[in-house]
Ligand binder design. Sequence first.
Ligand SMILES: NC(=O)c1ccc[n+]([C@@H]2O[C@H](COP(=O)([O-])OP(=O)(O)OC[C@H]3O[C@@H](n4cnc5c(N)ncnc54)[C@H](OP(=O)(O)O)[C@@H]3O)[C@@H](O)[C@H]2O)c1
Length: 342
Amino acid sequence: MPYKANTNRYQKLIYRRCGNSGLLLPPITLGLWHNFGGKKSMINESKKMLFRAFDRGVTHFDLANNYGPPYGSAEANFGKVMNSDLSKYRDELIISTKAGYDMWPGPYGEWSSKKYLTASLDQSLKRMNLEYVDIFYSHRFDPLTPLEETADALTQSIRNGKALYVGISSYSSKQTIKMNKLLKERGVSCLIHQPSYSMINRWIEKDLLKTLKNLGIGCIAFSPLAQGMLSSKYMKSIPKISRISDNSSLDKKMITNSYLKKIKELTKIANKRGQSLPQMALSWVLRHETMTSALIGARTVKQLDECLDSQNNMDFSKYELKEINKHAKEEKINLWAKSSKA
Ligand SMILES: NC(=O)c1ccc[n+]([C@@H]2O[C@H](COP(=O)([O-])OP(=O)(O)OC[C@H]3O[C@@H](n4cnc5c(N)ncnc54)[C@H](OP(=O)(O)O)[C@@H]3O)[C@@H](O)[C@H]2O)c1
């Protein structure tokens, strides 16, 4: 049976304006970094997650050229679902992709040269079977490529009609100001910044959030659940089905005593609010007026539903925020810090 979207899908979420732009985004966005790759096709549960998300008002799906494994397979699988079920909803969807990390061999397969970004976007469009993406990102700051060249490539993606908007990911506040200026000089606005941010990775509070507010750039926080660490799953042991056991981007070295103590205390606060820890973690990320969306990952429809239910309690008292602040402190989990330090 072909997929038919829930007719009540727009009655569920409160959409947020992305910076000073005309674009509204859902408060929760679904990312396809993990659990959507694979050579043959997407597993059934992942496909169900896409449909469930859209049925609950999630209009934004986030991808990148190298999501898989293998590289490119998340885009290719997403392209198949677009073809079979979602193409009739194309005008209701915001689809983003990125280029910046390792994608293909040789000197033109990573970082931020015009050569790489241009070729990568063409490949992404082919894999996803799309005429354009809604947002094309520079996935990370490249210290060796002139920022002007990266700005040229992003601008060209818009001029060629291959992207509607452009964004940057994991750029520092200083590099964001520079890129915003270069794009403006080329007649293009920087729509959005995609940084990592969560209760145990708070680097953007130093200056980036303020910069984004001043420049009118939206913000979509990735890994708001710290890759699943902001849940109870690692409290007793490492579950067999978990990102740590997948042996991919999360290392068991990150499960320290100091981390476990924080999770115990934060869980108590969440439960007093009538939320699970993942739910409170998402409401907390979205407490900033500059925050447009929390960009989550999920393994199951059940997890996705739980995350979306965070929207039932978005308010924090001053007391709750103070209590959370006592425990929401840095753990060394920011794998992307190097890029944002430049
Ligand atoms: N721009 C960048 O450089 C960059 C980098 C990373 C990610 N991203 C984007 O951000 C998206 C999200 O990243 P992420 O997957 O790290 O986000 P995340 O939301 O912090 O972590 C997702 C993981 O948390 C666990 N989880 C989710 N809901 C849960 C629930 N209700 N209860 C318990 N555990 C739950 C699952 O882990 P288990 O699988 O262990 O169950 C899930 O795979 C990516 O898909 C990608 O689009 C961008």
